[in-house]
Each structure stands twice: as C-alpha cells, then as structure tokens.
Design a protein around this ligand. Structure first.
Ligand SMILES: Cc1cn([C@H]2C[C@H](O)[C@@H](COP(=O)(O)OP(=O)(O)OP(=O)(O)O)O2)c(=O)[nH]c1=O
Length: 216
C-alpha cells in the first residue's frame, strides 16, 4: 500500500491590497487571497504596536473565517505617524504622545490636509506583519521607514489630492506612483512604505519553516 504524506499547509494572504499581492508574488510562493473586514481599532497608542496589533487582528479574522483549513495566514498593516502634537484630525486611528497616526484619508479635502501636514517634514511609516500558523502559533513584527517630503506648494497639494491616488493609502500618498514626486528622501525599507516589508516577511516565513527562493 502506498504511503501518503499529508499536504503541507497552504499560504493565505489576508489582504485586499493589490500592492501586497504583487510584492508577495516576488517571493515565488503559491498563495491565495482571503480578506476580512476588521474595524482597524487598536488598544495600543504607540504606532509600531498599533501596526503590529492590526496585522495580528487581520490574520486572526481570516483564520476565524476558515475553520479547519490547514494554512499559514499572512497579514499586514501600514500607517503613517507624524510627530505633531498640534494636529487633531478627524480620521485618526490613534495618537500617542505627540505622534499623530494617519490612516487613509476619507476624501480629497482630508487628503490635502494630510499632505500639508507632511510637507517639508520627515514622517515615519510603520508596517506591521503577522504570520499565524496552522496550529495557532503567531509570529509578528513591525518595520519602520522614514520618509521626507519636499516643501509642497498649495497648488501641488491640490494637484496631488485631486488625482485620487492617495485615497486608499495610509498618509494619503503612494510612494510607488505619482506620490514619488512628493518625496525628497527615504531612510529604510522601500517595500515597507508600499505596505509589505519584504525583509521582515521573508524572515517570518523562514522562521515558520517556509523556504523562500529555495532557502529554508
Ligand atoms: C504610505 C503608503 C501606503 N500605501 C498603502 C499600503 C496599504 O495598502 C495602505 C494602508 O492601508 P492598510 O489598512 O494597511 O491596508 P489595506 O486596507 O490597503 O489592505 P488590507 O488591510 O486588506 O491588507 O496604504 C501605499 O501603497 N503606498 C505608500 O506610499
């Protein structure tokens, strides 16, 4: 009688973000996408802890949708933090000791408001990643990258906000698109700003026994 090995756990990306899908594709692993809809509220206030917590929440929410499925679930969350005690916006996801956390702007007007705040300054982009294993083991971390914006004129702010590109993105801009023209400099992992820190993802995958590019 033939011996059958159990199928290895599949990899599930718990994200509706096309950027995350594209970046995970670079790792050459088969995966499928399953999304959930969590409210993106955290008990934490420190931006690094918020990003990690929300990534863990997204992974757990997808796990709850798939009882009995043998899978590693990978999730991520990205937010922009700006040290600016004076700013009290209406769509903040949290705030800690002068760190204002910017999520996605709700409309072009709020997008313009975010850009005015970011103009001529350095902010921090935090991307949390969580990998939830088939037996419930959870590994997670956060990557921080600093991005400096050029000093933007009011007409540049309005031009970019009217493009709509920033509306589905943390902080109201996309460094991989038109938003590249807003940026004077970056310090850290570029892929993390786009929403999926590949170095951290690779290390979490390998830590869970998943070989990446043939290397365990
Ligand atoms: C700052 C920045 C953010 N972003 C994106 C990455 C994330 O998709 C998004 C932040 O929102 P998230 O809530 O992290 O993710 P999401 O809602 O897009 O997707 P999901 O929760 O299903 O995984 O902002 C860019 O694409 N470019 C950038 O330069």
């Amino acid at each position: 009688m033939a011996d059958f090995l159990p199928a290895p756990p599949e990899l599930i990306l718990a994200s509706g973000s096309p950027r995350r899908r594209e970046l995970l594709t670079h790792l050459g692993l088969p995966f499928r996408v399953v999304t959930s809809d969590i409210p993106e509220i955290s008990v934490h206030t420190d931006p690094a802890a918020v990003a990690r917590d929300l990534a863990e929440q997204k992974a757990r929410a997808v796990r709850a949708l798939l009882p009995g499925v043998n899978a590693h679930i990978l999730a991520s969350d990205t937010l922009v933090a700006l040290h600016d005690p004076a700013f009290q916006g209406s769509a903040l996801r949290g705030s800690a000791q002068g760190d204002t956390i910017l999520g996605k702007p709700t409309d072009p007007e709020q997008n313009a408001e975010y850009l005015r705040r970011l103009s001529g300054r350095t902010h921090q982009v935090y991307s949390g990643v969580a990998l939830l294993g088939p037996s419930g083991e959870l590994h997670s971390g956060t990557e921080m990258t600093e991005v400096t914006f050029r000093a933007l004129s009011e007409s540049e702010v309005r031009h970019y906000a009217a493009s709509g590109e920033g509306l589905d993105k943390a902080g109201g801009y996309g460094i991989q698109g038109l938003g590249m023209a807003l940026v004077a400099g970056i310090h850290g992992d570029y892929s993390s700003v786009v929403g999926f820190p590949l170095a951290l993802v690779i290390s979490l995958l390998r830590g869970a026994g998943i070989a990446v590019w043939g290397q365990p």
